[in-house]
Design a protein. Sequence first.
Length: 337
Amino acid sequence: MVYRKTRKANLALAFLLLLLTTNFLLYQSGVPDFLSLPLTSGVAIGSLIDLAIVAPILVYVAFKISIKQTIGLMVFGLVIARFLIPAELYAPYKGILYTGLVLEALLVFAELALIFTVIRKGSAIRRKMKEMSEGAIYSLLPAVEKVATKNVFIRLLMTEFLMFYYALFTWKKKAPSHEGVVTMHKKTSAVAMNIMLIHAILIETIGLHWWLHEKSLVLSIILLILNVYSVFFIIADIQITRLHPMEIKNGKLYITQGMASRIVVTLSNIKEVEWNAALPNRQTLQFIYKDFEKIDPQAIVRLHEPVEAVMFMGVKKKVTEFAIRVDEPEKLKQLLL
């Protein structure tokens, strides 16, 4: 799920937050009395429409998601409504929830069949990855697509698998060391910032979770799950940053920026590398690790033919140029000559 970064997306996100907040507050004790608003079946219908129809549409406008994911959000909205709306008001509309759950169950069964296909072809996928002689961050998705399926859901699932793999099973691995390696993060505070984020999430989880647990058990559990997921994501991001510097080998340029984006470009496809150039526009793909202060790209790489970059959650994006910043620009200049 990638944020669209447009004016419409900003408005949609603002309305989404407003919609969720108002519906949550509406059913808290004391709020209806304060607003002199009686809780009737009409209010329940309004909340169902908000959570099952309007909210998923706003998410679709704000983020790049598929129609299937939007349908899943609609069912999720019905489930959330079941917990928010008092039982006596929700009772007449239980059939809607059950219908939605049946549809979602059919989608889940179809997706489970795809997962079974990937598991069944696991050995072939591993062989394909070994043939490619690339790190898992670069080879897993292409291997799955060639051997098993190109399904969007499977691509998303494999991205999640990569996250847990790098977070849990790569601590003994070492970064590559050869003439074609150019690091990108050592002269930035990217790793330090990620460690600070982990500390902040842990402190927030300990403090806010217990407070929210007394107010709403469901929300406290959801928040806990999201925070645990965030910690795994950040740890994986640190590991990928450490283990996968920019590499030039086998006639290809390999670049990744944590879990956020990665690209593989054949050297013959590089049209030009413009050093000390300004960023063409905000939509240009950037491989620049964050720092405490704003930093600019050192070069813009332009290509003869578009190449697919893999973004967050396995989303693919065709690019003809991208910005880079490395620790040793002079070394990279020599490698690209």
